[in-house]
Design a protein around this ligand. Sequence first.
Ligand code: KG4
Ligand code: ZN
Length: 339
Amino acid sequence: MTILGIESSCDETAASLIKQTSTGLKVLSNVVFSQIKIHQAYGGVVPEVAARNHIKNILPVITSALKLQKKPDAIAVTAGPGLMSSLLIGVETAKTLSYTWQKPLIAVNHLAGHIYANWLDTIEYPKFPILSLIVSGGHTELVLIKNHLNFKTIGQTRDDAVGEAFDKVAKMLGLGYPGGPAVAQQAAQFMATDKTEDDIKFPRPMLNEPNLDFSFSGIKTSVLYQTKKDKTYRKRVPQYCDSFQQAVIDVLIHKTIKAAQQYKVKSIVLAGGVAANKQLRKQLGQAICNQIPQVKYHVPNMQYTTDNAAMIAAAGYFMASAKKFTTWQNIKADCNLKL
Ligand code: KG4
Ligand code: ZN
């Protein structure tokens, strides 16, 4: 069975062809047209510009992902959450292809896609019950998954998403867009020094509250206030980035371990664009190994962390296995789609 995945929820136009094999889900192609360079000039994603570029790129991206294959066995497309004008381009294209090819259509939740990135190019699938920490530009959630496609959000951010906080802090520090990779790179630069100057401290909001929710806007505001007071901050940007990143990672790890213990899960899967952060990947792994060694830890391969269509095809595969199809007449883009 081959599945064509289509993703256009934000500023990446993506298509991918995956195949179910005896050794798991194999990615045959994974094409991502990133609009980052276009939006950099505005310091963030401009929805109308994103939609216009999706229109221009979606067919070349799909053609390239299909390679010489004429038709896939099914089409999986992101139906939400995301920017409405961006989602519509992927959904309308998928609808048209489903009608012309007479192939089944699957409406995928973008966050389910991020989670299922952990099932790509691996033979070692996560075991249920699973806890997923989703960290992206728009979402920060702890999701309990008792079996396939059965998602329950048990914790979430009350304000900014983690990726959003990285992007805003990067802007404050003059590091441009997108901020996550830039902040991580500056932090790595500081870590490579002897770290003798370790005098910048940021809060760990909600760390000891008896729930699994998060709050990141306080850390971001603290960066703003401290840099305003510090006349030398321009020379200490790497140190600010390291302290900010560590504060965020500490909170994420603490709540993830707490949730894993509370719900007695067998696996933890990291998901979303911020899963590309090397320190988060490493430190979460170390914490699991030290504190709950019986729990298996999964992270997606780097190319499946930020938005891509292979992850949408992977979620689509499990939805197809559960016969969760839609039709070209019924599918609707929903910018607030819940898991
Ligand atoms: O999942 P994603 O590609 O898009 C959404 O669904 O939102 O996530 C994008 C987010 C951006 O906020 C970006 O700054 C962040 O992921 N990001 C990172 C890193 N790479 C991307 N954040 C921290 N460290 C990184 N290495
Ligand atoms: Zn995403």
